[in-house]
Design a protein around this ligand. Structure first.
Ligand SMILES: O=C(O)CCC(=O)C(=O)O
Length: 266
């Protein structure tokens, strides 16, 4: 299990969120934004809606699902070694890729409903982290441009009844420079922020990983084309649950070692 720096460990334990800056360079972040807009077009061509009224109050939020189908860049990011160190520090070695999506909050976008991602996939009580979000900050993120709002310490809420009446008043934004990863315990209660800037897009990718005994949010066999599935190596196929062995706790033996982080997370 990777050991994180004292700061990452402390922030994760105390608040449920921690920031690792400098995973992507400024240029890599800008390129990723361009490719995300191209992926949004590709998603529309697949028939996918980039505005979902059940999620967002208006069309200023641009959602892109199926990232892993749309560009090999996203297939690299989901298995980025620094990201996986953070995933394994929270979940241990037995995890699956549950989903990978984007939310571009454009000026005028407003908050969605408060939720915890673990509560969406597991009934209460939520006693341990069984899922985690790796949030790729492709642009600078702060309160004004719609930075994700979260309740520090809400990973200790075990039941819906623990969510306080003044939950919205306790929200604080994720603040991070472009190129950072924000790691967020799956139990954290959060929502998107309102982008009150005139002309600044906030582009975030949400890599969602869950314990390997949980069904991923997405049925990858149905979502990924035959061509994409055929291009994946055995390690990635196993982490997506594409093959027959779905839930027999053999991940360690089947997968072998993965590349180590060059980022010095440990
Ligand atoms: O875009 C954000 O800041 C949060 C998005 C989110 O929580 C979600 O889509 O479930």
């Amino acid at each position: 299990m990777p050991e994180l720096t004292t700061k990452l460990t402390k922030d994760l334990e105390e608040t449920g969120v921690a920031i690792l800056p400098g995973v992507l360079s400024a240029q890599e972040s800008r390129d990723a934004v361009d490719r995300l807009w191209a992926a949004a077009e590709g998603f529309r061509r697949m028939g996918g809606p980039t505005f979902m009224p059940q999620l967002d109050p208006n069309e200023s939020n641009v959602r892109v699902f199926a990232l892993l189908e749309l560009d090999p860049l996203f297939r690299d990011l989901i298995r980025n070694p620094a990201a996986l160190d953070l995933v394994e520090a929270v979940l241990g070695e037995g995890w699956m890729i549950s989903n990978f999506t984007a939310n571009i909050a454009r000026p005028g976008s407003r908050s969605m409903s408060l939720h915890s991602d673990q509560a969406l996939v597991v009934p209460e009580p939520w006693l341990a982290p069984w899922s985690v979000n790796i949030i790729w900050c492709l642009t600078d993120v702060r309160g004004e441009n719609g930075g994700t709002l979260y309740i520090p310490g809400s990973h200790r809420f075990e039941r819906l009844a623990d969510v306080p009446d003044d939950a919205l008043a306790r929200l604080t934004p994720i603040v991070a420079p472009a190129g950072s990863i924000a790691v967020m315990d799956g139990r954290i209660w959060h929502t998107s922020g309102a982008n009150v800037t005139k002309d600044e897009d906030r582009a975030l990718l949400f890599g969602y990983y869950s314990a390997d005994f949980l069904r991923p949010q997405v049925n990858w066999n149905a979502l990924l084309s035959e061509e994409t599935q055929g291009s994946l190596d055995p390690w990635m196929r196993a982490r997506l649950g594409l093959d027959a062995a779905a839930n027999i706790r053999m991940a360690g033996q089947l997968l072998g070692a993965r590349p180590k982080s060059p980022m010095g997370v440990s």
